[in-house]
Design a binder for this molecule. Structure first.
Ligand SMILES: [Zn+2]
Length: 297
């Protein structure tokens, strides 16, 4: 049997998985992200052991960024400037090719997730943004069915936002920009600003309003600049299901009636949604990258 490999390469963990022609992971493993040598040694072991399931046709890598995504450039497949120790300059494609002589596809975890969310839909959505809010904030964009690349890939997690009054004394945590969106609203920023983990915040805490406001500012910017038919919100912080309705209503408020198609909570409920993929969107996206790489062969 022919199998496809998926690697969702994250800053805290690598999820490796294999699926057959019909999709759906047959086996998965979660590997804590250490240095590249240690991490890829375990990734290689997983795929070697998966040889008992079938013959590997291709591997897709949905990688944390920034990562080179242009096959015509010398940094293709390489991790670019990152605060993550040991990873800058790592050639993700060469690391995979070192243990598996198969076609390898790569994109950012969020672009891959956006591709998977388009594929999970009914075919009506061609323009989609996938946002992850976790240890960082990432935004993947798919336009007319293709992931958006240009000068690298989108990095809308680092846009500047208007600071919430209840957040006044907090400087923000982004090592590059201080109080950009990620610096104010990603998981570590939430913990630093409020001294609380997002999963343990009482209902009446100002966090909910502040967090929804920042993420609504992102949604507004995405609607205005990119006109997505759907914005999918995923990631660890978004597991707090109270957030999505708050973000929807704040986005309607911020847009102030300017975009007619989005001028009600009912309309927004169709546009700002939780992930639809059965498996984590990034992992399903990695399978799509693998299938594309196999088809290009
Ligand atoms: Zn930033």
């Amino acid at each position: 049997m022919e199998i496809f490999g998926a690697i969702e390469a994250g800053g805290t963990k690598f999820v490796c998985a294999v699926a057959g022609e019909g999709g759906g992971s047959l086996r998965t493993a979660t590997i804590p992200t250490g240095d590249p040598d240690t991490t890829f040694a375990q990734v290689a072991r997983f795929f070697a052991e998966a040889g008992d399931i079938g013959e590997l046709a291709a591997i897709g890598v949905a990688s944390f960024g920034p990562v080179g995504v242009d096959p015509h450039k010398s940094d293709y497949g390489r991790i670019l400037a990152t605060p993550k120790p040991h990873w800058e300059g790592t050639d993700m494609i060469a690391r995979v090719k070192a243990f598996a002589d198969v076609p390898v596809g790569i994109d950012t975890d969020v672009n891959a997730a956006a591709l998977a969310e388009v594929a999970a839909g009914d075919g009506a959505v061609r323009q989609l943004a996938y946002v992850t809010v976790g240890t960082g904030i990432g935004v993947g964009l798919v336009s007319d069915g293709q992931p958006v690349h240009g000068i690298g890939h989108p990095e809308a997690g680092h846009i500047l936002v208007r600071r919430h009054l209840a957040h006044d004394g907090f400087a923000g945590l982004c090592p590059f920009h201080g109080d950009c969106l990620e610096g104010l609203a990603a998981g570590p920023a939430v913990a630093a600003a409020w001294g609380l983990s997002p999963s343990h915040i009482p209902e009446e805490h100002p966090f909910w309003t502040v967090e929804a406001d920042y993420l609504a500012q992102l949604c507004m910017t995405l609607f205005l600049s990119f006109a997505p038919e759907r914005i999918v919100l995923g990631g660890g912080v978004m597991k707090q299901q109270r957030l999505i309705p708050l973000i929807r209503s704040r986005t309607v408020e911020l847009l102030g009636g300017y975009l007619r198609a989005l001028d009600s909570e009912e309309a927004m409920a169709q546009r700002i949604v939780a992930p639809a993929c059965k498996e984590p969107s990034g992992l399903e996206g990695a399978y799509l990258l693998a299938r594309q790489a196999a088809a290009r062969r």
